[in-house]
Structure formats: C-alpha cells, structure tokens
Design a protein around this ligand. Structure first.
Ligand code: 9UX
Length: 72
C-alpha cells in the first residue's frame, strides 16, 4: 500500500521551483504522486513506505536547495 504525507517546504520563490520540486519527488523510487503549492508552501506526497521513507524524501528536497519538514 501507499502512505500519504504532508510537508512544509521552504525556499520556493517562483513557479518554476514548484516544477523543480515536483520533478525531484516524482523521480524518486517509491513516490507515486507529488503535488507542491507555491502559495501555501505545502506539499503532498503519496509513497510506498517499503521503498522510501520520509527522511529520504526530505533529504532529496534539501539536496536540491530547499527546506522540507513533514507535518504530523
Ligand atoms: Mo525560480 Mo526556483 O527563477 O529554484 S526556479 S527561484
């Protein structure tokens, strides 16, 4: 099965950042769906927890120069 995670994201200053972050997430193994909103600085990701975890997802976003933190 898949899990749905919500995270805050920092450092997105233009619309192209959204495409960049979504592209990074969608390229990760185990990520089924990813949506990021510039206006709210929130993101949603559907992922397979047997393949990838929240720390991996945060690290991938931060490696690209943004900040990310999952919310409870
Ligand atoms: Mo816009 Mo974002 O010029 O990494 S793409 S600030």
């Amino acid at each position: 099965g898949t899990l749905l995670g919500h995270f805050t994201i920092g450092g997105m200053t233009c619309a192209a950042c959204v495409n960049s972050v979504e592209g990074i997430l969608r390229d990760l193994p185990g990520v089924k769906r990813a949506v990021v909103a510039l206006a709210t600085s929130l993101g949603e990701v559907e992922y397979d927890p047997t393949v990838i975890n929240k720390d991996d997802i945060v690290n991938a976003i931060e490696d690209a120069g943004f900040e990310a933190a999952f919310v409870q």
